[in-house]
Write a protein that binds this ligand. Structure first.
Ligand SMILES: Nc1ncnc2c1ncn2[C@@H]1O[C@H](COP(=O)(O)OP(=O)(O)O)[C@@H](O)[C@H]1O
Ligand SMILES: [Mg+2]
Length: 288
């Protein structure tokens, strides 16, 4: 299925574009161009729910793709709860400015932008919708993104202004949905799936995170329920991109700025994340 970057992506444009006018290059009356033309694939990592591992997966996905030789960027779109500065160990870093644009930071081979690099974390929590949307648009249009193979958006939980702004501003290749196996997470994930379908963003598939905890004797404890994500994927007709166990190294890697892909590359968990990242790349290529 090919994704149509039709006029619904440019609702702010008052000029009429025919269906399939993908680039708007021919339109002399518009002040805008298609944003992020220099990026081959734009991926949203999303979920209805918070705390399921979106940021953790987005970070490790970005690093994994970069390790495979791709040029990768990551936008922390969770303005109310940015995680990227912590997870990359960049809490005190500030981006530089050229002209009127911000230069993304870079670590572990990934170009990065986060509200956490720009303002005190307490400031954004009082922002209303319009300010939030314009901050996201700034991340898209006023950051010196170089040519990239993948640009990943780490989304906040829910189906609000931030998700819709991104879906309507950039031509998303697709969304990766992250969930835990438990019913309370899946109920919200169903809403996120419905939202992306409504705005014609393809869903690349589902990652089941915190699938189980491996006990010392090698048996598996399905702490959040047994195969809930897998079953949900089946019911919704979604590709299961991978399952990732609960692992102390994942949590520690997130907190100390050394993602587990790097600190424990050979662990079963890192391998499961790597496999899920490869599946994301396959699905993106399939839809391209
Ligand atoms: N597979 C996992 N094993 C152990 N801890 C995890 C795992 N995935 C995520 N976590 C931890 O759970 C917390 C929430 O993850 P996070 O990625 O911030 O979720 P979200 O972005 O969906 O809110 C973090 O402390 C993170 O380190
Ligand atoms: Mg997050």
């Amino acid at each position: 299925m090919s994704h149509e970057h039709g006029e619904q992506k440019h609702s702010s444009c008052s000029h009429h574009h025919g269906n399939g006018d993908a680039s708007h290059e021919s339109c002399g009356s518009c002040s805008h161009e298609q944003p992020l033309k220099q990026v081959k694939h734009i991926i949203a990592v999303a979920s209805g729910k918070g705390g399921v591992g979106k940021s953790t997966f987005a970070v490790n996905l970005a690093i994994s793709l970069a390790q495979s030789g791709a040029k990768v960027g990551l936008i922390d779109a969770d303005l109310y709860g940015p995680s990227i500065p912590t997870m990359f160990g960049l809490l005190d870093e500030k981006p530089t400015v050229t002209g009127k644009n911000l230069v993304p930071l870079e670590k572990y081979g990934v170009k990065l932008m986060s509200i956490g690099f720009l303002i005190e974390p307490e400031t954004a929590v009082i922002w209303r919708g319009p300010l939030v949307s314009s901050a996201i648009k700034q991340f898209i249009n006023e950051v010196e993104w170089p040519e990239l193979d993948y640009l990943i958006f780490d989304l906040p939980p829910g189906t609000g202004d931030i998700q819709l702004t991104i879906a309507q501003t950039v031509p998303l290749s697709g969304a990766v949905i992250v969930t835990t196996p438990q019913d309370v997470a899946l109920a919200d994930v169903a809403k996120a799936v419905a939202m992306f379908r409504k705005v014609d963003v393809p869903i690349l598939g589902l990652v089941e995170n915190m699938s189980y905890y491996e006990l010392p004797d090698g048996s598996k404890d399905y702490i959040f329920g047994n195969h809930g994500g897998e079953k949900f994927a089946k019911v919704q007709g979604l590709t299961l991109l991978g399952t990732i166990p609960i692992d102390r190294a994942v949590r520690e890697g997130g907190d100390n700025g050394q993602p587990c892909m790097l600190s424990n590359p050979d662990s079963a968990t890192s391998k499961s994340i790597k496999a899920a990242a490869e599946e994301v790349a396959r699905q993106v290529a399939r839809l391209a």
